[in-house]
Design a protein. Structure first.
Length: 234
């Protein structure tokens, strides 16, 4: 399937506020308490993996000593069947002594995972059907998926698998970095992992499947607001 060629050029960040320009809607999305701003401050201030992310990675011994090679906010992964790519909140390329690891971070706070699959395919265009078939192939999910599954979780989880193939990495991780005190939307994440027969656990990196070339892991990390603590000091 032919897909749109995306830019291969990126510029270094001078701080968390530099992330704002890459958002789909910088005005609406860059607010205190919202995931985009929280994610930027959490990762920039950590100078590495945030503690809660490292804690989740540590639950799989193979990822306990990962080193970040580079990270790209609002990273777009091209998909067939439409003009819009999957815009991932943060792409982290990491490595240990044995392998390259592709990590896609999905920030969450007040924002939901968007429409359900039933809502998304209500006007089932040919392009949508082609995209869904592609995502299911990448995710190794057969049959008709339940209407209740969140569409965003499909393409966000497919993204690290697609990029892992491009970089010849052997592990792909989709990790939700939540800043919700009530852990909103965890039930949607749990329903997604049910597709693999995996019972979702907070704070644990869980293997979803082992493909011929790439292993897929998913995790949910509960973050603490860095933005609110900074603004409270002013």
């Amino acid at each position: 399937m032919s897909m749109k060629k995306l830019s291969s050029f990126y510029v270094p960040s001078k701080g968390p506020d530099d992330w704002r320009q890459f958002l789909a809607d910088p005005v609406k999305q860059w607010k205190t308490g919202y995931s985009a701003k929280e994610l930027a401050y959490s990762w920039e201030m950590s100078k590495g993996f945030p503690a809660e992310i490292q804690a989740v990675l540590n639950t799989q011994s193979v990822f306990q000593n990962l080193e970040i090679l580079f990270a790209v906010p609002e990273y777009q992964v091209s998909l067939p069947g439409g003009s819009r790519p999957s815009q991932n909140d943060l792409f982290v390329m990491a490595r240990n002594d044995d392998e390259l690891v592709v990590i896609m971070i999905e920030g969450k706070a007040y924002e939901s995972f968007g429409p359900t699959l039933g809502e998304w395919r209500a006007n089932g265009s040919e392009g949508k059907l082609r995209r869904l078939a592609y995502l299911q192939e990448v995710l190794q999910l057969d049959g008709v998926l339940a209407d209740e599954v969140r569409y965003q979780l499909l393409h966000r989880t497919a993204s690290p698998l697609i990029v892992a193939e491009q970089f010849h990495a052997t592990s792909a991780i989709m990790l939700v970095h939540s800043f919700s005190e009530e852990n909103e939307w965890f039930n949607d994440y749990s329903a997604f992992l049910d597709l693999y027969g995996v019972q979702a656990q907070m704070g644990v990196l869980q293997e979803a499947f082992r493909g011929s070339n790439v292993k897929l892991y998913c995790g949910w990390a509960k973050g603490v607001s860095k933005v609110m603590s900074i603004e409270g000091e002013k």
